[in-house]
Design a protein around this ligand. Structure first.
Ligand code: C5P
Length: 221
C-alpha cells in the first residue's frame, strides 16, 4: 500500500486546514499546515519589531528560528524555538500582516525547502497556496479548494465567535484583501495548478469534502 502526497491549495478561509487535517487522520498521513509556518514567522517578526520591508533582516531571523509542527490532541501545534505559539498565530494582528511577509522571496525559498523535506518520505497532506504549483509539483493528488467570499467569511465568523468583536462585513473585507495580495504577488501567487482538481465547497459540508478527497486518493493507491 504505497503512500502518496496530497496538495491542498486555495484562498483564505476555504476550510483547507480543517479538511486537510481530517483527510490526514482518515488515511493515517501526516498533516502539514504551511500557513501556520508563515504565521509563526509573522508572529516572531511582529514581536521582534522587524517590518516586512526589511527583507534581509526577516530572512536572517527566519533562518535562525526553529519551527516545528507537531500533532496535538486538538489539531496541530506550532512551536517556535520550543515555545508553543499556537494560541497567538491566528490573531487578527497576525492575520492582517502575514500576506506581507509571505511576499518576501528569500523567506518563501527558506520555508519551501523545509516543507519539501517534510514531504520527502510521502504520506503527507499539505495545505497552503503554492503547494501544487511550487512546493510539491509532483504530488500525486492536487486539490484546489474554493468557496464564495461570503461563505468563507461566514465560516470564519462562526469559528471566531463574538470574542474578537469583529463583524461579518469586516471579515469579508479582510478575506477579499488577503485573496488580492495572495493572488497578486509576484513570487508563487495563489494559482490553481493545471493538474489540480477544483473543489467548490460553498454548498458542501465537512464530511462530504473529506469523503470526496479520500475517494480521489483511493484511485491513486
Ligand atoms: O492558510 P492560512 O490562512 O493560515 O495562511 C496564512 C497566510 O500565509 C496566507 O494568507 C498567505 O499569505 C500565506 N501563505 C502562503 N503560502 C502558503 C501558505 C500560506 O503565502 N503555502
Amino acid at each position: 500500500n504505497l503512500k502518496i502526497n496530497i496538495a491542498i491549495d486555495g484562498p483564505a478561509g476555504a476550510g483547507k486546514s480543517t479538511i486537510a487535517r481530517l483527510v490526514a487522520k482518515e488515511l493515517s498521513y501526516i498533516y502539514v499546515d504551511t500557513g501556520a509556518m508563515y504565521r509563526a514567522v509573522t508572529w516572531h517578526m511582529l514581536k521582534a519589531g522587524i517590518k516586512p520591508e526589511s527583507a534581509a533582516e526577516v530572512l536572517r531571523h527566519a533562518q535562525a528560528m526553529e519551527i516545528e509542527l507537531i500533532p496535538g490532541a486538538d489539531g496541530q501545534k506550532v512551536l517556535v524555538d520550543g515555545r508553543d505559539v499556537t494560541p497567538y498565530i491566528r490573531s487578527l494582528e497576525v492575520s492582517g500582516m502575514v500576506s506581507q511577509y509571505a511576499q518576501i522571496e528569500g523567506l518563501r525559498k527558506h520555508l519551501v525547502a523545509l516543507q519539501q523535506q517534510m514531504a520527502a518520505r510521502k504520506g503527507v497532506v499539505m495545505d497552503g497556496r503554492d503547494i501544487g504549483t511550487t512546493v510539491l509539483p509532483n504530488a500525486e493528488l492536487k486539490i484546489f479548494m474554493t468557496a464564495s467570499v461570503k461563505e468563507r467569511a461566514l465560516r470564519r465568523f462562526k469559528e471566531l465567535g463574538d470574542a474578537q468583536g469583529v463583524t461579518l462585513e469586516q471579515l469579508e473585507k479582510d478575506i477579499s484583501e488577503r485573496d488580492r495580495l495572495d493572488a497578486g504577488r509576484e513570487i508563487s501567487p495563489l494559482r490553481c495548478a493545471d493538474d489540480a482538481i477544483v473543489l467548490d465547497t460553498t454548498h458542501m459540508d465537512i464530511p462530504q469534502v473529506v469523503d470526496t478527497i479520500v475517494s480521489y486518493c483511493k484511485t491513486h493507491t
